[in-house]
Design a protein around this ligand. Structure first.
Ligand code: PMP
Length: 307
């Protein structure tokens, strides 16, 4: 992976090589931090880079911080401005990924969330696909259970919580799958390791509700609007059973990393025809036009970097 040249770190822009922490850093020892993941899309016709829904991403970022008793000295607007400046400095004119991080930076021993000092960093790097086979993902239902709201709230992007995702993803990978879907403690479908899940059955689209221990995904929210308003689909948010995944006509995963990806096999069972379904295909096409700022109705989701 190509490293960034610069990093926004504690109110200033430094060389990335100078943005360093010590090994005793609280968040490094105890997972006490939160992060974000945002994409920028290059539009070559307009010679413009569009950041996808940065205000909504930073809203969730600040909410995740709140869950960890972290008060950050920034508004969403400050963080968007810092991100734009950083990308301009990096002179990124290609698809990219933005990684904001807020973490307890004290070099102290002691598990807690009080009497600690948060630090904030942002970096941006060129970025293509997160998963190679976006058109045909083979997913495993994981034997790991999704972290519950009373364990580590999944609705926040809390660093420590991602060990749950990493266990599921690596076990799926080592068993020959591309990705994992986790069930929650009630046995209902929650989400992928870093994606929200949708399925199509009998002409309707279903996705787990936000109270089923999922991250409140911004792609999920965007896709619900596009499915309903542009593709005329009814989207139902309700508990989903594992066996509904096995009977689905189409399944797709959505998230900043994976974008919109077709699941064509699950636990060695073929999904629908075993090829990407027509709704997933139409949604992907629409989604990629929207994120590149090519659909007038949704340009308000796209934040231009260059004047
Ligand atoms: N679920 C989890 C666990 C994730 O980490 C992500 C990626 N941020 C998502 C869902 C998708 O969220 P978003 O669309 O906001 O990227």
């Amino acid at each position: 992976m190509q490293l960034p040249t610069y990093a926004f770190f504690n109110d200033q822009v430094l060389l990335y090589s100078d943005a360093r922490v010590g090994v005793l850093t609280h968040a490094l020892n105890y997972g006490t931090g939160v992060f974000g993941g945002i994409r920028g899309y290059w539009n070559s016709d307009e010679q413009q880079l569009f950041i996808f829904r940065p205000f909504d991403h930073y809203k969730r970022f600040l909410e995740s911080a709140k869950l960890l008793w972290m008060t950050l000295p920034y508004t969403r607007e400050d963080l968007v401005d810092a991100t734009v400046e950083l990308i301009q400095l990096e002179q990124l004119r290609t698809d990219c990924y933005i990684r904001p991080l807020a973490f307890y930076s004290d070099e102290v021993i002691g598990v807690r969330l009080h009497d600690l000092t948060p630090a904030v960093s942002i970096v941006a790097i060129p970025f293509g696909r997160y998963i190679e086979k976006e058109e045909g993902v083979h997913v495993a239902v994981s034997s790991w259970t999704r972290i519950d709201d009373n364990i580590i709230p999944a609705r926040g992007k809390i660093i420590g919580g991602y060990v749950n995702s990493a266990l599921a993803r690596t076990d799926a990978h080592r068993s020959g799958f591309d990705e994992a879907i986790l069930l929650n403690q009630d046995g209902h479908v929650s989400e992928g390791s870093v994606e929200n899940v949708f399925l199509v059955r009998r002409g309707k689209v279903f996705t787990p509700p936000i109270s089923d221990n999922i991250l409140e995904g911004i792609t999920r929210e965007s896709v619900i609007v596009l499915l309903h308003d542009e593709l005329g689909m009814e989207v139902v948010e309700r508990h989903i059973d594992r066996s509904e995944l096995y009977l689905a006509e189409e399944i797709f995963l959505v998230g900043t990393g994976i974008q919109v990806a077709a699941v064509t096999r699950i636990d060695h069972r073929q999904v629908g025809t075993g090829e990407m379904g027509s709704l997933t295909k139409n949604l992907r096409e629409l989604f990629f036009n929207v994120v590149r700022g090519r659909v007038a109705k949704y340009v308000h989701w796209c934040h231009a970097v260059y004047a």
